[in-house]
Design a protein around this ligand. Structure first.
Ligand SMILES: [Zn+2]
Ligand SMILES: [Zn+2]
Length: 314
């Protein structure tokens, strides 16, 4: 089967299809979205080598009978089910976890993939393949209100108007919070206007002004700005993972008694419900479509600055 492989260089390669272990499903890939994490893996994050890709929609072709023929998305943490985090119902922090296309597990940029059946979620017909590849990042945005009490009147600023920042902004706007997004480019400015969400210039940010600041920039400047503009006793949500090391003065987090909250994966069922209800607009965030033959070019395109979602079809 064809797979998009990274071993220091990115290439489309013919590899053996995976053999299905017990309690796993064999999936035939339909579409995969490119995430900033994929780009960071190419830059050396996690020292990753292998098949990339973790935002996918696929069809079950082998496995438990009730799943055959279903269109599915899948949770990306492959957990051991026996460690203390698994026992507490937090498989995303399993001590022995593998992570789809990120850590010790073949990713979704391949014609076939196996995943534990318990990781799968059926996609209703009302959600298209293009929309379904957003389930994983939308779930990750939905983890924010799981972790922070966002009051209806809370002021929220999202720094970084990329793919994840725009999803976070839509989710928190949906909760009734007073959301603004720091924007540099025209396209996100237009999307925010269409969604009724305020756009801000970085020059207009005020120190210690905001209840909840969400950093989705993937840069150390983003987290520095977040620490600056958060109100005393406010919350800074950290959504960026990147290969570089940030050089940050954390004293103001101590002095302002900020809550710094790292967050990663979130609830798939809620993301599927929001997409099925058309409550979140993801289609306007798609910038390009490619076929698997051109997956290397798709990654190059996704790496251009300011690009929103690029989807690869099989
Ligand atoms: Zn991702
Ligand atoms: Zn575990």
């Amino acid at each position: 089967m064809r797979a998009l492989m990274f071993d220091g260089a990115l290439k489309l390669q013919e590899i053996d299809p995976p053999v299905r272990p017990p309690n796993h499903a064999l999936l035939k890939m339909r579409a995969v979205g490119i995430c900033n994490t994929d780009i960071e893996l190419l830059n050396g994050y996690y020292n990753f080598h292998g098949v990339l890709g973790h935002e996918f929609v696929a069809e079950v072709i082998e496995g438990a009978d009730e799943w055959i023929g279903k269109r599915v998305v899948g949770e990306i943490n492959i957990a051991c089910e026996s460690c203390d985090y698994c026992q507490r119902g937090i498989p995303s922090q399993c001590h022995n976890r593998k992570t789809l296309g990120i850590r010790d597990y073949q990713g979704a940029f391949a014609e076939y993939l196996t995943l534990p059946v318990r990781n799968l979620h059926a996609v209703p017909d009302s959600i298209s393949d293009d929309q379904a590849v957003f389930v994983e990042p939308l779930a990750s945005a939905l983890e924010i209100p799981e972790l922070v009490h966002i009051q209806p009147g809370s002021s929220v600023i999202v720094i970084g108007a990329g793919k994840l920042g725009l999803l976070c902004a839509q989710v928190l706007n949906h909760l009734g919070a007073d959301v603004s997004v720091v924007v540099r480019r025209q396209k996100p400015r237009e999307l925010l206007a269409a969604w009724g969400i305020k756009a801000l210039e970085s020059g207009s940010l005020m120190e210690s002004s905001t209840d909840v600041v969400i950093d989705c920039t993937g840069t150390e400047d983003g987290i520095k700005t977040a620490l600056d503009i958060a109100k005393p006793r406010g919350s800074v949500i950290m959504k960026s993972t990147y290969a570089r090391k940030a050089n940050i003065n954390l004293s103001q987090a101590v002095v302002k008694e900020l809550r710094l909250i790292g967050t990663r994966c979130g609830p798939f069922p809620a993301a599927i419900r929001l997409l099925a209800r058309k409550s979140i607009d993801v289609e306007s965030m798609i910038d390009a479509h490619y076929e698997i033959e051109d997956a290397v070019a798709a990654l190059d395109a996704a790496n251009e600055s300011g690009k929103l979602k690029v989807i690869v079809h099989f």
